[in-house]
Design a protein around this ligand. Structure first.
Ligand SMILES: [Fe+2]
Ligand SMILES: [Fe+2]
Length: 258
């Protein structure tokens, strides 16, 4: 399976849709999923964009701390069968807490938890994983967990908490890919951050100048999505169908025009 990091704005969406079917074939991937929390001009996602991404080749879309940035989305998410919101939001929030994707009888569970370090308070992501895995136990053959978090230590620790229990724990949110992809001793693939699908000549996907100027003078500004050096960043995860654990994980970078 291929897990794409945060899709940022139109540049990220366009390149992802352009490349999805070729990447699926090249990597013999049964499942393509992406975090879509920045898909709508960098802030949240809309129902229309979610549908464009699934028609464009994604099997599932996860979200992060920007889940509700688009005002109408809370009213739309319930109708989107291939979209899940973070599992450790308040129980009253709309939307699915997890997805089960199926291909030729193989059932892949997928869910996201938000970290709590340097982010607004949430329910405990470690306990939320335990709870969701219990719910998914009889419904899935393997599970992929996304840890959408700021702190490297929290992500690494969650990877250890789930080692041997899921196929992979992959991180998102920082928009910067990390060089630590490995299969842990218990058989769970781990990567601290997948990186983003979007313009890398930027500050986390936004135009450099206004972000830099805000650091220089502290004045508020509008941060537009940047346009240059658009790349897809993804984790390619090989799942052992017999055990539901990982046979391998590697970081994939795909540039526009390649
Ligand atoms: Fe993001
Ligand atoms: Fe985020």
């Amino acid at each position: 399976m291929i897990f794409f990091g945060d899709v940022v704005g139109r540049p990220g969406r366009s390149l992802l849709v352009d490349k999805a079917s070729a990447l699926r074939a090249e990597h013999e991937a049964d499942f393509l999923v992406a975090n879509g929390e920045n898909a709508a001009a960098g802030a949240g996602i809309t129902g229309k964009i979610a549908n464009q991404l699934t028609s464009g080749g994604l099997d599932g879309i996860t979200l992060g701390d920007h889940v509700w940035d688009q005002k109408a989305f809370a009213g739309e998410i319930g109708t989107l069968e291939r979209v899940c919101r973070p599992a450790n939001l308040a129980a009253a929030c709309p939307g699915r807490r997890w997805l089960v994707l199926e291909k030729e009888g193989f059932r892949l569970g997928l869910f996201t938890v938000l970290g709590r370090t340097f982010l607004p308070p949430r329910d405990d992501p470690f306990a939320a994983c335990d709870q969701v895995l219990e719910e998914l136990k009889d419904l899935t053959d393997a599970v992929i967990v996304e840890i959408h978090a700021e702190a490297t230590s929290e992500k690494i620790a969650l990877g250890w908490h789930l080692d041997g229990r899921v196929a992979a724990v992959v991180g998102t949110h920082t928009h910067v890919p990390t060089a630590d992809a490995e299969v842990r001793p218990g058989g769970t693939a781990y990567l601290t951050d997948i990186g983003m699908c979007g313009p890398y000549r930027s500050v986390l996907g936004r135009e450099v100048r206004p972000v830099l100027d805000k650091y220089l003078d502290g004045m508020p500004r509008r941060f537009e999505v940047a346009t240059e050096d658009v790349r897809l960043s993804a984790a390619v995860i090989d799942i052992d169908e017999k055990t539901g654990l990982a046979a391998g994980i590697r970081l994939l970078t795909e540039r526009a025009g390649e």
